[in-house]
Design a protein around this ligand. Structure first.
Ligand code: SAM
Length: 291
């Protein structure tokens, strides 16, 4: 079989179908077979796995996923790619291509229909314009319902840096803490812009999120924890006392007391607090107040 993950084959397929890549769908196709194999290996895809691929494009990574997994469910928003995928994936009987927007898909139904209700391994070269909504949508929804057991994705290096950031750095923020709450983060590879057609303006990184069965920290009120985190980073130069009192009924005095209770200075800024510290504060406040 001819693999598509090289410039010659990709160009041949695009020319044959008269297909022009669409910027609005973030279409940057992979043209480096080593990278594709690295992503699939990094995802730990095994013969008995059901994979959910987001945005198969012309089927470049799908081919290798089909060879490696039991089945592949591939969700692609672009209707004009359907005839392309029918051709490029014709050698495989373990692939289901769905023409839909991943943000509107019911993953439970996909799992029941195509993966015997088992959790998917999600693998994707994500469209950059919706990286964060896709990752957060999976973590807050299907992952929590046991429908996803890992998420291996190529994303902009800059977003990967934000996900991987340490407290008190400029990249550290609500996204870092949200991803950390749900998963263990493993960096798989950095990928140069040369590995795509057309070439994007940014470099990319592949990360794997291994979902925890329980969350990284245990809190009494998960919604409250995230309200606190959001408040802390809404204006990151503000002290915790000012950020939290601006969006809750908690008095400045109570906030100061809670900070002292967790061993922090009363002028501390949220951007320096770890997930564990946010969790401790969240529990102290949830006991004392109603938001
Ligand atoms: N997997 C292919 C590859 O690696 O060559 C294509 C990756 S390309 C970066 C992103 C793909 O996601 C495109 O095929 C694009 O049409 C598709 N896409 C964009 N938005 C989508 C959405 N909301 N739901 C499903 N697919 C989407």
């Amino acid at each position: 079989m001819k693999y598509l993950a090289n410039p010659t084959e990709t160009k041949a397929v695009l020319d044959y179908f008269g297909f022009d890549t669409k910027k609005k769908f973030g279409q940057n196709f992979l043209i480096d077979e080593n990278i594709v194999r690295k992503i699939v290996a990094g995802a730990g895809v095994m013969k008995d796995d059901g994979v959910l691929e987001i945005g198969p494009g012309i089927g470049t990574m799908t081919q290798i996923l089909c060879e490696s997994a039991r089945s592949v469910t591939a969700v692609e928003i672009d209707k004009t790619l359907m005839p392309v995928l029918e051709t490029t994936l014709s050698a495989f009987d373990n692939v289901h291509v769905i023409n839909d927007d991943i943000l509107k898909c019911n993953i439970k139904e996909l799992s029941e229909e195509f993966n015997s209700g088992e959790p998917f391994k999600v693998v994707a070269n994500l469209p950059y314009y919706i990286t964060t909504p896709i990752i957060m949508g999976l973590l807050e929804g299907p992952a929590g319902e046991g429908l996803v057991d890992s998420i291996t994705v190529m994303i902009q290096k800059e977003v990967a840096d934000r996900i991987n950031a340490k407290p008190a750095t400029k990249d550290y923020g609500a996204l870092t803490l949200a991803v950390e709450y749900y998963s263990r983060i493993v960096k798989v590879a950095d990928v140069s812009a040369h590995c795509f057609m057309p070439r994007p303006n940014v470099d990319s990184t592949v990360i794997k999120l291994e979902l925890y069965k329980d969350k990284a920290v245990k809190v009494k009120d998960e919604k409250f924890l995230f309200k606190l985190i959001k408040a802390a980073f809404a204006q990151r130069r503000k002290t915790m006392v000012n950020s939290v009192s601006a969006v809750t009924d908690i008095s400045k005095d109570d906030i100061r007391k809670a900070l002292t209770e967790i061993g922090k200075d009363e002028n501390v800024r949220g951007e320096t607090l770890s997930l564990e510290e946010f969790a401790k504060l969240s529990d102290i406040f949830s006991l004392r107040t109603v938001l």
